[in-house]
Design a protein. Structure first.
Length: 152
């Protein structure tokens, strides 16, 4: 089973989460303050290596009706650039899987509120996305929002 680095990608910040290789636990890992694609991608490569992740799970910001709007299209283009940067930096292709992130930020804020904790909601949102994906896999849900798999 792949070990994932989950991303909640925004234009100002990227929330990052990871989990164990068996998909039992997930945890917020970091919030990357966006500066430039080059610096952001380098930081994500570093986090991928530190977490010993083998794949990326990228939250896809769908419209509430499930359609893809401008933000989802922007995220797909950004993820393709990330895939190329990772292949160049690591010398191998890292698969990027897209997953519906609707309401993940809201769920993260609710969770943080219940925990009486502030800050870090982007990383918690990434953890919510990862938990949702892993739960769907365990149930055998066949939902597929697409993926990027570059050749080596």
């Amino acid at each position: 089973m792949d070990k994932f680095l989950a991303l909640d990608v925004g234009k100002a910040r990227i929330g990052v989460a990871t989990g164990d290789p068996l998909g039992i636990t997930v945890r917020p890992l970091a919030v990357v303050q966006r500066t430039s694609n080059r610096k952001d991608f380098a930081r994500l490569v570093q986090l991928l290596q530190e977490a010993e992740a083998t794949a990326i799970l990228c939250g896809l910001p769908l419209n509430m009706d499930g359609s893809e709007g401008e933000q989802a299209q922007w995220t797909r283009k950004w993820a393709r650039k990330l895939a190329h940067a990772m292949r160049a930096d690591l010398g191998k292709a890292i698969p990027i899987i897209f997953w519906d992130e609707r309401l993940s930020t809201f769920a993260a804020q609710e969770l943080l509120s219940a925990m009486s904790t502030s800050g870090g909601d982007d990383a918690v949102a990434a953890a919510v996305i990862l938990r949702s994906f892993l739960n769907a896999q365990k149930r055998g849900d066949g939902v597929d929002w697409g993926r990027i798999e570059l050749t080596p």
